[in-house]
Design a protein around this ligand. Structure first.
Ligand SMILES: Nc1nc2c(c(=O)[nH]1)N[C@H]1C(S)=C(S)[C@@H](COP(=O)(O)OP(=O)(O)OC[C@H]3O[C@@H](n4cnc5c(N)ncnc54)[C@H](O)[C@@H]3O)O[C@H]1N2
Ligand code: MOO
Length: 640
């Protein structure tokens, strides 16, 4: 095999799909899976390969639609409230719902409208039109009518209607079979003990389950090491039993990235590189003998999206069905969204309804951030020709969750704290319809979002160095004559120095940061924790330039703790929970309030009522305090 010289292009997604289909056609890939018959009981989820015609009518006879008596309408024409008609027992028949209408009768009167006299006659106080409360033969289905067309994915109601029409077996397409082939020297089966640099094979699990979620069959082969000959052999073997092979990773330009060349060697390479992000280095082709192959990039979001964008339509086509389409909503973008020209950018977003409008908050963009898909309520595609969107712009979002659920989502934007996760979990436990979705943009970003009506709540712990007060002075400055806001205390939390276990340097407070040679890591500008550091340094009369690493920034408490745990720094300021997450020690420096800011008129919004109840719940408070480093003494207190 020649040395690595991958050719990566930027083919637009639709063109790439068409090129792939053309190559598959030329390689002799079947256009459709074979037809097979299944009992109606096993039809749900399958796609009809033939139209379904009704064999019999339903109902198969005229039948009573109500419990009561069957009558001849003509016998009742004279009946009125004042001059009832009396029907002798031989002039009517007692019937129940669903009974065949007795020969010679043409209407039904409900029991509750019939007065039975002592001699068994029936007294009617109103005339009855012919066919009243009668279900006529074929009301639902007429024999010979088309019940379901070809290419229809069967649902529960479809198979029931087919059975009612006398159909016992359905002709459907065989479910396409997907075989997933994971590759990579570093990839280990799920559940393995991991050595340095090892990665769990989560992609195979995800891709196979994506296929199954859509009703297809899927299998995964053992992991194939980065050896092109072995990958070719594995690909050929998989292709022999698959309708589509997904070859995982090795799609880009690294030394061990062989997918494109492997596909070329085992058949035909149709496309290497599409104008889609994430998913750019995708490989599309066909294996000799006629099996489509998708080379999915190794990053999990890229793998998931390329399956959706390329494999899913191909598999739906093989099954003779239309590709799945999701509904769109129009939403207001919570933040500015930059996007590079030349690629469709698939941005995962959280959605919530704020002030009568759906608001979309972009989630982290990295192709390795799988939780961006876990948390996404929708997908926003910024087309290749668009450079991005401004904050507040209306955008079209592909829905991944129901609109109702989105209407019941509490949107929190701002500084993030673990307590919000505990609240989210408890709210959901109490009521499965509620979601508390929080995204971390820092305290100041959250206040701006409140000002602009883009969220329900903003978590804030901003210290004002001049007054020593938290959050309130910022609200005055930022909001001025703007919307009136309320502030509810969530917790007090300890901020302190995160240090290695045993505190080897014996740090006792901020003053120690000026020690020569000590390696500090700071938080980004605008972070409440950084403001706290500056305030403490000023109070002690220390110059930031005396702190080695003052200019080195991390964006989260956890990232600071990770830097300490990895011995890249000696310490950083952060919350106790972050230290605990890495098994590190903690030197308390200050206790700070962490508050929830919201529009004043939102305090009584029924959406937020369960949250206020939760803040008063002793079980919740106990769980928070058990974390260590938190005090709930003022939790739920309205301070403005
Ligand atoms: N010089 C360039 N480097 C990269 C490019 C490029 O164009 N030029 N493209 C980048 C983009 S975009 C993507 S996407 C990735 C694609 O990576 P590969 O498909 O080549 O995959 P690997 O490099 O083998 O792995 C990437 C990443 O994914 C992890 N991985 C792999 N398999 C699995 C699995 N089964 N389950 C979970 N995770 C998996 C792997 O360990 C790596 O972390 O390339 C960029 N680089
Ligand atoms: O295309 Mo890659 O999937 O952007 O990260």
């Amino acid at each position: 095999m020649p040395p690595s010289s991958p050719f990566l292009s930027d083919v637009p997604a639709a063109e790439a799909l068409a090129a792939w289909q053309a190559v598959c056609g030329a390689a002799g890939c079947p256009a459709l899976t074979e037809a097979e018959t299944v009992p109606v009981q096993h039809g749900v989820g399958r796609v009809t390969a033939e139209p379904v015609w009704a064999r019999r009518s339903s109902p198969a006879f005229d039948s009573a639609a109500m419990d009561g008596i069957a009558v001849r309408a003509a016998d009742t024409v004279a009946a009125t409230e004042t001059f009832p008609v009396l029907l002798a027992p031989e002039s009517f028949v007692v019937v129940d719902t669903g009974d065949p209408l007795p020969e010679g009768y043409d209407a039904v009167v409900m029991r509750e409208h019939v007065h039975r006299t002592a001699d068994g006659s029936a007294e009617l106080r109103a005339a009855v039109p012919p066919y009243q409360h009668v279900r006529s033969i074929g009301e639902d289905i007429s024999a010979t009518e088309l019940l379901l067309p070809t290419g229809h994915r069967l649902r529960a109601v479809d198979v029931a209607a087919a059975a009612a029409a006398g159909v016992t077996e359905l002709t459907v397409r065989r479910k396409p079979v997907v075989v997933v082939v994971p590759t990579g020297d570093e990839i280990r089966p799920i559940g393995s003990e991991l050595g340095p640099g090892d990665i769990l094979d989560t992609n195979s699990l995800m891709l196979a389950e994506q296929a199954k979620e859509s009703g297809w069959e899927a299998r995964t082969t053992p992991v194939v090491p980065d050896d092109p000959d072995r990958i070719i052999a594995a690909l050929r073997e998989a292709a022999a039993e698959a309708d589509l092979v997904v070859l995982v990773a090795g799609s880009s330009a690294g030394r061990d990235d062989y997918t494109a060349r492997v596909v070329e060697a085992a058949g035909t390479l149709a496309v290497h590189g599409v104008a889609v992000k994430p998913g750019h280095p995708v490989v599309l082709g066909a294996v000799e003998g006629g099996t489509p192959v998708l080379g999915a990039p190794g990053y999990p979001v890229s793998a998931a999206l390329t399956f959706e964008i390329f494999a899913a339509p191909m598999l739906a086509r093989l099954e003779g069905a239309a590709p799945r389409e999701r509904p769109f909503v129009s939403a207001r973008l919570a933040r500015k969204l930059a996007s590079t020209l030349g690629s469709d950018d698939w941005v995962r977003v959280r959605l919530g309804q704020v002030g009568g409008e759906i608001v979309a908050t972009p989630l982290p963009r990295g192709a390795g951030v799988l939780t961006s898909l876990v948390r996404a309520d929708g997908l926003l595609v910024v087309p290749a020709g668009v450079e991005g969107h401004h904050a507040g712009e209306q955008v079209r979002v592909n829905l991944l969750r129901g609109a109702e659920e989105i209407g019941r989502t509490i949107v929190a934007i701002g500084s993030h704290d673990l307590v919000l996760d505990i609240a989210a979990s408890r709210l959901r436990q109490a009521d499965p319809r509620i979601t508390l979705a929080s995204s971390n943009v820092g305290s100041l970003g959250g206040l701006v979002a409140i000002r602009d009506g883009l969220c329900h709540l903003a978590g804030s712990h901003l210290l004002d160095p001049e007054t020593g007060e938290y959050t309130l002075p910022y609200l005055d400055r930022l909001l001025g004559d703007g919307p009136k806001v309320a502030v509810i205390r969530l917790v007090h939390r300890d901020q302190g120095l995160i240090v290695p276990p045993g505190n080897p340097l014996g740090l006792s407070g901020i003053a120690d940061l000026a020690r020569p040679g000590l390696r500090y890591v700071n938080r980004q500008r605008g972070a409440g924790t950084r403001v706290l550091l500056d305030q403490e340094l000023a109070r002690l009369g220390l110059d930031p330039s005396g702190v080695t690493g003052y200019g080195r920034e991390e964006h989260t408490h956890l990232a600071v703790a990770a830097a300490v745990a990895g011995d890249r720094v000696d310490t950083g300021l952060g919350i106790r929970a972050a230290a605990r997450a890495f098994g590190l020690d903690f030197v308390p420096v200050a206790q700070e309030p962490y508050d929830l800011v919201l529009r004043a008129d939102a305090v009584d919004d029924p959406l937020l009522a369960p949250l206020w109840d939760l803040l008063a719940d002793p079980g919740f408070r106990a769980e928070v305090e058990a974390l260590g480093g938190y005090s709930c003494a003022e939790t739920g207190l309205r301070i403005r």
